[in-house]
Design a protein around this ligand. Structure first.
Ligand code: F6P
Length: 464
């Protein structure tokens, strides 16, 4: 049965995600400019024909573009009411679902599931329905639809009701919560989320651990996963793109500036690059660095912590406070330990991809210590790009641990003292060992490049 929805085009492969591959900026003179993003899906989709990407308008520029009929070929941006979108994205997706899957609540006081939560949940349903309806209109007969992430967890079930002929996949880029934590959610909401996802023929995860957690939740809450299959697809780094991009002139320039800021001859670098994201554990990373300088004063003036923390989700007060705490702690460390010739922490908060690649290239140590992370591509990218090979200090709670753990120095992300010891170990790793480990890390990190990652999912969806 094809529902009463009018099929307006006949795309055979559709992707749906909150954030799309393009965003629009509105300048003061009223003109609109497009900015194209990158990432695994962009590169994966580039390999297929008859495709459509359905995404949400996120800011004013996007909304104006939609209303003026400005669109990239192959992209349909949904102009969902701004308040509904804010409730769904900030209120539910990022303040509830993200917190559940990353286990971020301070449970004595939160979460609180009250009438306000129910109001926001209704917006989340409306936002998911808008996606399901758009996909139902756009998909050709029997098309494959790949729905992305926790924002759109209800879409597969809604779309299945509208278009039973479609092959529907869902992919989670986040971890999945353990059963006991998932059950913080009100029972009916937990059930609705799982049933929404199980509307898919296939649900995909970045690691076996997250797939098993999802299955365990389905078993506990619903008694099983029904006919839905689960798959694991560990997105890897895009080696060809990174190696080429990291040697362009703008990266060389940024590297020269960074080298100057690091200063000193033979000074080592501990590099981290993250969004200012609660789950990335930037504050404990700084605490560990401070403990290193305290307990092993031989490192003073001999190492610099290059920390890039790019603004993220600044509509949420808790993210703004976290960003301020990162800044405050970096300033404290610089004040307490800095000398006229040495700034212990180089903190940059303005997003600059070329500078990030420059930092990757000169990293002696990469610090990747998230509380919990679906994968963490930085852990995979630094070894690929670094000039001399880098030692990787890696949280066992990052998805990347499954593939990179053997050649990383592994830490419990809550254990600041152990992280300080790990940093010392990483800084003192003999050059030969570091280069060897880095080579193996790079090989593991690039095992499943983005295009293959995407095409494997598509094939599995059409086959299973
Ligand atoms: O990887 C999880 C994810 O939520 C993606 O869906 C998203 O694009 C990314 O993190 C960044 O988050 P946001 O889109 O909220 O800025």
């Amino acid at each position: 049965m094809v529902s009463e929805h009018v099929i307006t085009s006949a795309a055979q492969v559709l992707v749906a995600s909150n954030r799309g591959p393009v965003s629009y900026a509105l300048s003061e003179d009223g003109s609109i400019s497009a900015r194209r993003g990158g990432g695994g899906l962009v590169s994966g989709l580039s390999a297929v024909e008859d495709k459509l990407w359905v995404c949400a308008a996120l800011g004013d520029g996007d909304r104006v573009a939609v209303r003026r009929g400005i669109a990239e070929p192959g992209v349909r941006m949904l102009d969902i009411d701004a308040d509904v979108h804010a409730d769904a994205y900030n209120g539910i997706a990022n303040s509830v679902l993200w917190f559940v899957h990353h286990m971020l609540y301070q449970t004595p006081l939160e979460p609180v599931f009250d009438a306000e939560f129910r109001r926001q949940w209704a917006s989340f349903e409306a936002y998911n329905l808008a996606f399901a309806q758009a996909l139902a209109e756009e998909a050709g007969e029997g098309a494959a639809v790949l729905v992305q992430d926790y924002h759109l967890a209800l879409v597969p079930g809604m779309l299945r009701d509208l278009r039973p002929d479609l092959r529907i996949g869902h992919f989670s880029h986040t971890p999945w919560a353990p059963v006991d934590y998932f059950r913080l959610l009100p029972d009916d909401i937990a059930e609705q989320l799982l049933r929404g996802m199980l509307g898919a023929d296939r649900v995909g995860f970045l690691t076996r651990r997250w797939a098993d957690a999802f299955t365990a939740c389905c078993t506990e809450v619903l008694g099983g996963t029904g006919r839905t299959r689960t798959g694991v697809h560990g997105l890897g780094a895009d080696a060809d793109f990174l190696r080429r991009r990291a040697h362009e002139a703008d990266v060389d320039e940024r590297m020269a500036i960074l080298r100057e800021q690091v200063g000193g001859t033979g000074r080592k670098t501990i590099v981290r690059v993250d969004r200012t994201e609660l789950s990335k554990n930037i504050v404990r990373g700084l605490l560990a660095y401070r403990e290193l300088l305290n307990t092993r004063p031989q490192w003073r003036e001999r190492v610099v912590h290059v920390a890039f923390a790019y603004p993220s989700r600044q509509d949420l007060a808790v993210y703004r406070e976290y960003t301020a705490e990162v800044q405050r702690l970096a300033d404290d460390i610089n004040e307490a330990y800095g000398t006229p010739d040495w700034t212990p922490v180089l903190l940059h908060v303005n997003d600059d991809f070329a500078r990030s690649l420059g930092a990757y290239r000169l990293a002696d140590v990469a610090l990747v210590n998230p509380i919990r992370d679906g994968m963490n591509l930085v852990a995979k990218e630094v070894p690929v790009v670094s000039d001399q090979g880098c030692a990787l200090v890696l949280s066992r709670e990052a998805g990347a641990y499954e593939e990179l753990g053997a050649d990383a120095i592994v830490v419990n992300p809550y254990d600041v003292s152990a992280t300080a010891v790990a940093l010392h170990e990483a800084l003192t790793m003999p050059d030969g060992e570091r280069a060897e480990r880095s080579k193996r890390l790079a090989a593991a990190a690039t095992a499943l490049p983005p295009q293959r990652w995407f095409l494997e999912q598509l094939e599995a969806l059409r086959r299973d």
